[in-house]
Ligand binder design. Structure first.
Ligand SMILES: Nc1nc2c(c(=O)[nH]1)N=C([C@H](O)[C@H](O)COP(=O)(O)OP(=O)(O)OP(=O)(O)O)CN2
Length: 162
């Protein structure tokens, strides 16, 4: 019996967030602080609803745009990275990694409950935010896929299947 599958994909030039970050790697190595113009693409799969569409891609577009705007022009910090100390006060964030130390204005930072600010875990975090949004509108996708491009032709994709 042939099966049908539908998915909806949204990606826009405006789904860009310019952020600073650094990742740790190879146990105790870390990059210098640097930036990327990240770009996001989102796909959701599911059956057609009474409108004969999977989910309104205008609503999906607007929520993805809102999350991109929320991240844009911030320093992304992974609060679950065991190599980093991230201390937050009302107006400052102090980060230490080995002998390195940074002090940022709190409003310049986004503290993310992830282990490293890799494209993979940024995609997973964005997928979690979008899933909460669309489920709040009564839609539980069979599959959500989020692609985060760190640079042209360099991206990671997170996929969650219900
Ligand atoms: N699978 C992954 N690999 C790497 C990631 C990642 O998130 N997932 N991240 C990095 C670093 O963030 C690295 O800085 C990004 O790569 P890099 O080429 O250095 O960044 P640019 O493309 O902007 O550098 P240019 O030399 O200016 O092209 C590494 N690997």
């Amino acid at each position: 019996m042939p099966t049908e599958r539908y998915h909806v994909r949204v990606t826009k030039d405006s789904f860009i967030f310019s952020c600073a970050h650094f990742i740790t790697f190879n146990r105790d190595q870390g990059e210098r602080l640097h930036g990327h113009n990240y770009r996001v693409a989102v796909e959701v799969e599911g059956p057609l609803d009474e409108n004969h569409y999977v989910f309104d891609f205008i609503a999906l577009r607007d929520r993805t745009q809102a999350i991109s705007f929320e991240l844009d022009h911030h320093v992304l910090l992974a609060t679950l990275n065991p190599l980093l100390s991230v201390e937050e006060t009302a107006d400052r964030v102090r980060v230490t990694f080995g002998q390195k130390e940074w002090l940022f204005p709190r409003e310049d930072c986004i503290l993310l409950p992830i282990e490293n600010t890799t494209a993979e875990l940024l995609a997973k975090w964005i997928a979690g935010r979008l899933l909460a949004d669309v489920r709040g509108r009564g839609f539980s996708p069979q599959v959500i896929r989020v692609e985060v491009e760190e640079n042209i032709g360099q991206s990671a994709i997170y996929e969650s299947r219900a």
